[in-house]
Write a protein that binds this ligand. Structure first.
Ligand SMILES: [Zn+2]
Length: 131
């Protein structure tokens, strides 16, 4: 995703990403590894989990840790978000986002479908390409 869009997300939720610089614990040092078309879906998903994360962080603070998103990437044409630690509600929100990403072009955000031969979710304008 474009750096400008990443900056917007990190500004909205500054404590959710990148506490770990160790790439064995988090891949957020390499950024959001997907196209710009899923930006709005990400924002909607993160807004949805805000109350869950706030409540969860209150609990986690008792044991000296906090919620953290460690991976955001395109995988097999789907948006994959991984957090650690996490809750059932947050996992369900991420699974909903994964499912919805199959209807949104990863590159431009237009209505789209998964092209299984390429494992890419693309609209007709942004037809899938071989890697
Ligand atoms: Zn497109």
């Amino acid at each position: 995703m474009k750096p400008e869009l990443e900056v917007q997300i990190r500004a909205c939720w500054p404590n959710w990403f990148g506490q770990h610089t160790d790439t064995s614990k988090s891949l957020m040092g390499v950024g959001f590894q997907h196209g710009d078309g899923w930006f709005d879906l990400l924002v909607r998903t993160f807004r949805r989990i805000e109350p869950d994360v706030a409540a969860f962080n209150l609990e986690l603070s008792k044991i000296g840790t906090q919620f953290e998103i460690i991976v955001v990437r395109q995988r097999f044409g789907e948006l994959s978000i991984v957090a650690m630690p996490t809750t059932t509600e947050i996992i369900i929100a991420f699974l909903d986002a994964r499912y919805e990403s199959l209807t949104i072009c990863e590159l431009c955000g237009a209505p789209s479908e998964l092209h299984t031969a390429y494992s890419q979710t693309r609209c007709t304008q942004c037809a899938p390409q071989k890697h």
